[in-house]
Design a protein around this ligand. Structure first.
Ligand code: SF4
Length: 242
């Protein structure tokens, strides 16, 4: 069920999104049911694994296009060198920083971005920054080099503790299996308009999706999929299982 380009403003909406985005039998309770299923399977994830808000921001930038265990190694290197704070990252020379985060892909680009964001957070106090309304904070973050939707929303949710649902490739894939297809904003609107805007629920839900995708989707355990098979044998809402 592919979302088509919309030319009319009169198209029917459900849950704040175009009806054509959703399978006809999609219900508000489906997203809640998925959440309960994941929570029962894995338990609370208590994300984000970080000691400070700045560490969340650094982790969100480093995790782009790399596995989390690489990020952990890089964070560990930064902590050992005592530079995991804005002034430390600004002062450290670029080649040393690159070496510390070399285990993450695109480390040169990321080192430069880390320095930029550290400088930004020195000029713009993090407490003041995070007091901004969500939309304004998002716009501010998106204007930074290397910060896209997913990184900005991860920072808003896990560092600023504000309700913004994070959509990643895993979420897109799993929703696709449910017959729900849409771009970043469309899927985000669906989650935000369907669930109650609770920061902890948004945090847990995203973390559980990542855990599920790593444990099932990534291992191609589709025959044992508890999201699809847990709803209806082989299919949900009449959509074909992949
Ligand atoms: S396990 Fe397979 S069927 Fe289930 S959500 Fe993941 S990719 Fe889709």
């Amino acid at each position: 069920m592919k979302l088509e380009a919309h030319t009319s403003h009169k198209k029917k909406k459900r849950f704040g999104v175009e009806s054509s985005l959703l399978p006809s039998k999609f219900k508000e309770s489906d997203l809640k049911k998925i959440y309960r299923t994941l929570l029962e399977e894995f338990g609370p994830q208590k994300w984000w694994p970080a000691e400070t808000r700045f560490e969340v921001i650094v982790g969100a930038l480093l995790t782009q296009q790399t596995k989390w265990n690489n990020v952990e190694k890089a964070i560990c290197n930064l902590k050992r060198a005592e530079v995991l704070e804005p002034h430390g990252l600004v002062k450290i020379d670029m080649s040393s920083l690159e070496e510390m985060i070399r285990c993450c892909r695109f480390y040169r680009q990321k080192a430069s971005r880390l320095k930029n964001i550290a400088q930004f957070l020195i000029e713009r106090d993090i407490d003041e920054l995070f007091k901004l309304p969500v939309d304004q904070l998002r716009t501010t973050l998106l204007a930074l080099n290397g910060v896209g939707n997913e990184t900005a929303d991860s920072i808003i949710l896990y560092a600023a503790d504000k309700p913004k649902f994070v959509i990643d490739a895993y979420t897109t894939r799993i929703m696709g299996c449910m017959g729900v297809e849409g771009n970043y904003e469309e899927l985000q609107r669906l989650f935000e308009n369907t669930l109650s805007k609770d920061v902890n629920t948004f945090k847990e839900y995203h973390a559980l999706i990542v855990e599920y995708a790593k444990s099932y989707c990534g291992k191609k355990l589709c025959k044992e999929c508890i999201l699809i098979n847990g709803h209806r044998k082989g299919t949900i809402h009449g959509q074909k299982q992949i």
